[in-house]
Design a protein around this ligand. Structure first.
Ligand code: FPP
Length: 241
């Protein structure tokens, strides 16, 4: 059976969950934060190595200012409230995305979350914050250009493995399974390079309703997949023409 090492989640549908109940969108984000709390615990208990969650995209800044402020506030609340619990449950927090553009108080909280949990060797919880796949690739290209200019690497050394080391995800395995809630079936600029061979699972429910059982169902669905990475399995036994 195929166990995923790395699951990445696009937590979509908070706004629609709230609207369907006649509530303001921010109520959906708040309940979404509780869903995140439960899923992190469950992932940790199931022995998953890597869980990446798309918490705030580089495109999310274009939402109304009040909603952006609320999402920032929820991230602060999540870190302040859950950090010691994560540390004590052997979860290591890592953050990907462009941290330089993030407000200073959030930057220091993200730094603190990484520092306090850095000795943990259980679940790696990767928070994609102010993250966009294209922007990440452009940042990597700039870093490579600098390395070329200062002679740290030479052009013939650059291959896919070397390129991967310049991404925010340098130390991480690629996601085996990408889950998106809310029924939408697109990647929305999430882990563009890293998802080359990922399996996808689209859950019909909105993120606030995604619970432990839903995660189990997604993993069970993944068990049935046959991953070929572009190859033909057992091709020597098969008649090719
Ligand atoms: C998508 O719902 C979700 C987000 C933009 C952010 C995810 C945020 C959380 C799960 C809660 C907060 C947690 C942290 C740690 C920041 P949407 O607003 O796009 O929903 P819609 O598509 O129905 O409008």
């Amino acid at each position: 059976m195929l166990y995923p090492r790395h699951i990445a989640i696009i937590m979509d549908g908070n706004g629609r969950w709230a609207r369907a109940r006649g509530l303001p969108r921010i109520a959906g984000h708040k309940i979404g934060m509780e869903a995140l709390h439960r899923i992190v615990h469950h992932a940790s208990q199931m022995g998953l190595e890597w869980l990446t969650v798309f918490a705030f995209s580089s495109e999310n800044w274009s939402r109304p200012e009040s909603e952006v402020n609320h999402l920032m506030g929820l991230l602060k609340l999540f870190i302040k409230r859950d950090l010691l619990d994560l540390r004590d449950n052997n979860v290591r927090v890592r953050v990907i995305g462009n941290r330089e553009e993030v407000p200073a108080d959030i930057q220091s909280l993200l730094d603190e979350a990484e520092t306090i949990t850095q000795k943990n060797d259980g679940l790696n919880l990767v928070v994609a914050f102010n993250y966009g796949g294209r922007a990440e690739i452009v940042r990597s290209v700039k870093k490579i250009a600098k390395s070329l200019a200062n002679g740290t690497i030479n052009i013939d050394e650059i291959d896919e493995a070397v390129f991967s080391k310049y991404l925010d995800t340098a130390e991480m395995p690629d996601p085996d399974l990408i889950i998106r809630t809310s029924g939408e079936q697109r990647l929305s600029n999430f882990l563009l390079w890293q998802s080359a061979y990922s399996e996808f699972y689209f859950a019909p429910c909105y993120w606030p309703d995604f619970d432990e059982r839903q995660l189990d169902i997604a993993v069970e669905d993944y068990w049935l997949r046959e991953r070929r990475f572009g190859r033909i399995p057992d091709y020597k036994k098969e008649k090719l023409l």
